[in-house]
Design a binder for this molecule. Structure first.
Ligand SMILES: Cc1ncc(COP(=O)(O)O)c(C=O)c1O
Length: 460
């Protein structure tokens, strides 16, 4: 590659991660540019490479897999490949020694296992940060139904980081409670904030079990489970490498396994069931939680996907995303209307310290009026730019950003059997939601520049 070209690609980074990603994009993700897409929704879902797909197709063309859980040859083969993928996942996260890997449909299904099986009772507590995906928030319904206390821990409006002093107080406050579960995301799916993983050990020392939602963190960051040891870690694979969808996992620390009480049994989860005796014996470890037939044709593609990440180098993906995030932050901050009013307000951190490649923002006109996110999205759609707007299944962050009060929210819910986001906006007379731009595996400077150009079209 000529030197001038290398220079033009550089985004203030001293490593060559951007060049590796540019090459990858050209060779294995060419359809993005061929179809002139600007893809900025990697937190929604990552993209797969053509090579990854070809490898899995070739595997399926040449391999006959039968339903696992049997001794016939095709069944045994399926079991072998599923186990191979399972071990690959465990090794990828340095978790082989301490964790078991339960394949699920996605991160939400992994979270549901925790919600359903955690032994909540009237003496237990479910503590969680305001910053959580709804699939974590939803666990509170299981907890509440069993009489547990729910404790939400706030984040600061200035930078959307957790109030660690508040959490520290919560952690000691419930010292006499049994079965205490703390849940927080390693990286916010909305603001990109990376919450302190040191909280895990602190909470564990005080008798808490910890659920670390790693779904938005692992696509661009190393999660080393030999270093930090949360009890439960939900993951969606399509968020890491795009293909296949419909597969995720729950990593469960072996010490936390006996705590989970499965409320029913299903095919594949039992070692013995009797109809006459009305009795059953559950299978051990991962088998206990994988209801029915696992996705055995697609699970081998998980190994292919993880190998793909290893070939690129997670560190290269991480560095490239970090440089591009800083570039976007700097460029967007410099956009001012002719009267000096800023066009873009970033919600959350303005730098890349403990902050992944997800940016939350709002656009304002020269009179400092908020531009409705729906209008911004409609204009982006027309230009083939995929961003995401709304509240991103994370209402806690949205309620904080838009200064909604408990009183007005309670009032709305207590007077509505049906309703939605847009109805609430109308009734409360307050805008909700924001604009999210997220970078990932094959983001390049061209994508960031396209968004900056797009933003400039709002300048007055
Ligand atoms: C942090 C986080 N947790 C959980 C989920 C739920 O993932 P899925 O929809 O794949 O179940 C998401 C999805 O965006 C997420 O970002």
């Amino acid at each position: 590659m000529p030197y001038t070209k290398l220079q033009s690609l550089s985004v203030n980074n001293t490593d060559n991660s951007n060049l590796i990603i540019e090459e990858l994009r050209k060779n294995e993700y060419s359809k993005l540019d061929e179809q002139q897409h600007v893809y900025l929704d990697f937190t929604g879902g990552s993209l797969f490479s053509s090579v990854q797909l070809q490898e899995h197709m070739a595997f399926l063309q040449n391999t006959i897999l039968g339903n696992p859980h049997s001794t016939n040859p095709t069944s045994q083969l399926a079991t072998k490949y599923v186990d191979e993928a399972r071990n690959y996942v465990l090794n990828y996260f340095n978790a082989a020694q301490d964790y078991c890997c339960v394949f699920t449909q996605n991160a939400s299904a992994a979270l549901k296992i925790v919600g359903e099986c955690y032994p909540f009772d009237s003496n237990s507590v479910f503590a969680l940060t305001f910053d959580n995906h709804n699939s974590v928030n939803g666990i509170r319904v299981f907890a509440k139904n069993k009489g547990a206390q729910i404790k939400y821990c706030p984040v600061f409006i200035e930078d959307l980081r957790m109030n660690t002093q508040y959490i520290d107080e919560v952690l000691v406050q419930y010292k006499d409670s049994k079965n205490k579960l703390l849940a927080f995301p390693a990286q916010s799916n909305v603001s990109g904030v990376q919450h302190p993983l040191t909280l895990i050990e602190k909470a564990k020392k005080l008798g808490w079990d910890v659920l670390l939602d790693a779904a938005a963190f692992v696509p661009t960051n190393k999660l080393d489970l030999s270093q930090i040891k949360p009890d439960f870690v939900p993951i969606s694979f399509y968020k890491i490498f795009g293909y296949p969808t419909g597969l995720g996992c729950l990593l469960i620390h072996k010490k936390a396994l006996p705590k989970l009480q499965k409320p029913w049994f299903a095919g594949g989860t039992v070692s013995l069931v009797s109809v006459l005796a009305d009795s059953y014996i559950l299978a051990n470890a991962h088998e206990r939680f994988e209801d029915g037939t696992v996705n055995y044709q697609n699970i081998p593609a998980v190994k292919i996907g993880l190998q793909h990440i290893e070939k690129i180098g997670l560190q290269n993906i991480h560095q490239n995303v970090t440089h591009l995030t800083q570039y976007l932050l700097d460029e967007l901050a410099s956009l001012k209307h002719s009267n000096g009013v800023a066009l873009v307000h970033i919600l959350g951190p303005k730098n890349t310290i403990n902050h992944g490649g997800t940016l939350l923002m709002n656009f304002f006109d020269s009179k400092e009026n908020l531009l409705p996110f729906m209008d911004v999205e409609a204009k982006a759609n027309a230009q083939n730019i995929s961003i995401r707007t709304g509240c991103f299944c994370n209402p806690g962050i949205d309620e904080i950003n838009n200064c909604l009060s408990t009183q007005e929210l309670v009032q709305y819910f207590s007077t509505h059997q049906t309703g939605d986001y847009y109805d609430m906006i109308k009734e409360l007379g307050k805008l909700r939601g924001a604009i999210r731009v997220s970078l990932g595996i094959v983001s390049i400077k061209k994508d960031a520049d396209a968004f900056i150009q797009f933003a400039k079209s709002f300048l007055q």
